[in-house]
Design a protein. Sequence first.
Length: 190
Amino acid sequence: MRAIAAKHADIFRLPRLLNDPEEAVRWNAARRLPMRYKLQMRRDPHREVRIRVAGQLDDADLVPMLNDPDYYVRLVIARRIAPELLGPMMADDEAEVRRVVAARIAPGLLTAMARDPDASVRLCVAERMPATALDRMQGDPDWRIRHAVASRTADIGCLRQLAGDSDPLVAEMAAQRLDDMETASREMAS
């Protein structure tokens, strides 16, 4: 009842509802109030309130929430905040958050994430990293990352090394790329 009332109550009565024991009441009140009230709700004890508040804040107002204790709140922030503000989230505890960061961060910062402990994060890095920097990932223990390197690298020495990879798919991709490069080189020479 109070949550429904918060959707329709006079706006001047809403600030009292920000301390209601029910999170739905607090959120319904906060979303109708001016920004200064939403900013107070960044530290709400309930994650759903913080998630919804994060969905309505601008970049500068999201920065204080980068270290929120709930991973999903941080995930929402990583999806919304400007890419140039993602730096502190590159070392987030949750791999899912780091994957979003790797997908959105400036390409020049990806090398710092190339040694991430989670293979899915490294794969995202390998798919976005500039082709000229991929050689640093050629020895990755995960075949998917080596395959991504083989499919994108511009380094012939790296491709030659990957052509002898223990994984047949990686070796095949590297050999095919080497063959394509040699063919293109011959065509340009003639």
